[in-house]
Design a protein around this ligand. Structure first.
Ligand SMILES: [Zn+2]
Length: 375
């Protein structure tokens, strides 16, 4: 089944895919009758709970679902799916139930979303905690889940104020909070990621992390503030995922040092001793990436693993920390211009080129080095 067929169909892809689940497990054969045509194939359950025949179709269906606004077809999808899913007898149906819950979130039908999340949770034996802005799915202790929920809501409120929200965020996001590192690792590997503690997947809008409270409680909170920043920046502030990693990781690391007290974020942007130590060691051993290259560095080069990746994070933190704190007017203007153009055009290259028209590489690098000497 290709995308062209799906576009031609009047029934939405989700309704169509819900027609049969022939086998339990990660893969299932399907049979679809759509507008008198029959499609056969193998259906694969994706880690976020979606089901599709291929990676590209999965992406396509996500976009289609996100765009769908026809109330009648939405109600139809929900009704069809509810009937098919029944009591979530098979694993595939259970995962489809999660897809349906998330579909309802996309459609801002939170009451129905809650119902399907609860059904999924019951059969998965996971709790589903509903905070103001999040649905948190978890198999760790309830106390820990509520604690994370309170911090997520606090940082979301803070980001709205800090970044100037154009609209009030809704309960748009899903969090998977695993009990153990091994469960988290298996899930991340399935999603094709080798993440260490937490990650944000923009395609499913899921924040995924594990409960590090036994080893280091603060690390879990830092991960929450960090990943929630990726979420907020991608979904609301820029309305796209930035291509330049220094900017996205720089912001996320800058805000991960936020301080929480009495259900509020009371301080942020504090100097990170860990990043600073890594950065200084990198400068001493001449391993930091030159500014010109670093500013346009993309995912593959940034997330290169090992010591260099750690240094890249420290360098991104250092750069944003500098841009937020420098008194150099030119460098501040560089940062402002970059953000304005990025938000207006969603064109990362254009944003960087225009910002560099304000202050060139050399002046930026010189001011940055001078600033670092005093840290
Ligand atoms: Zn990050």
């Amino acid at each position: 089944m290709c995308a062209a067929h799906l576009r031609a169909g009047s029934v939405t892809l989700l309704a169509a895919l819900a027609i049969v689940f022939l086998a339990d497990g990660a893969q299932a054969d399907f049979l679809i009758l759509e507008n008198g045509r029959t499609y056969r194939g193998t259906l694969k359950a994706y880690p976020d709970g979606s089901v599709a025949t291929s990676e590209s179709e999965y992406r396509f269906s996500r976009e289609r679902v996100a765009r769908s606004s026809n109330e009648e077809s939405v109600a139809e999808v929900i009704e069809n799916w509810s009937g098919e899913i029944g009591e979530c007898a098979s694993g595939t149906a259970r995962e489809a139930c999660l897809s349906l819950a998330k579909f309802c979130v996309f459609q801002e039908r939170y009451k129905e979303a809650k119902k399907f999340f609860a059904l999924w949770g019951k059969h998965r034996k996971w709790m589903v905690f509903s905070s103001k802005y999040y649905f948190i799915l978890s198999n760790t202790k309830a106390k820990r889940v509520k604690e994370i929920g309170a911090r997520l809501d606090a940082i979301m409120r803070f980001y709205q104020k800090e970044f100037g929200a154009e609209r009030e965020p809704k309960q748009d996001f899903v969090v998977r909070f695993f009990k153990s590192e091994s469960q988290f690792g298996a899930f991340a590997r399935d999603a094709g990621l080798g993440a260490a503690g937490a990650y944000y997947d923009p395609s499913s809008r899921e924040l995924v992390l594990w409960d590090m409270s036994l080893t280091n409680k603060n690390l879990t909170f830092e991960a929450v503030y960090h990943e929630a920043n990726h979420q907020y920046v991608g979904a609301y502030y820029l309305a796209h995922q930035p291509k330049h990693v220094w900017f996205s990781e720089g912001l996320a690391t800058y805000y991960e040092t936020a301080k929480y007290k009495s259900k509020r974020i009371v301080d942020h942007g504090r100097k990170s001793q860990d990043y600073l130590t890594t950065l200084k060691a990198g400068i001493r051993s001449c391993r930091v990436t030159p500014m010109e290259k670093f500013l346009s560095m993309e995912y593959r080069d940034f997330y290169c693993g090992g010591k260099q990746e750690s240094l890249n994070y420290a360098q991104a933190w250092g750069l944003v920390y500098f841009l937020k704190n420098t008194k150099d007017k030119g460098c501040r203007a560089f940062f402002e211009r970059y953000i304005v153009v990025l938000r207006e055009t969603k064109d990362d290259e254009k944003a960087l080129a225009e910002a560099l028209d304000v202050v060139g590489f050399e002046a930026l690098e010189k001011a940055y080095e001078a600033f670092n000497k005093h840290l």
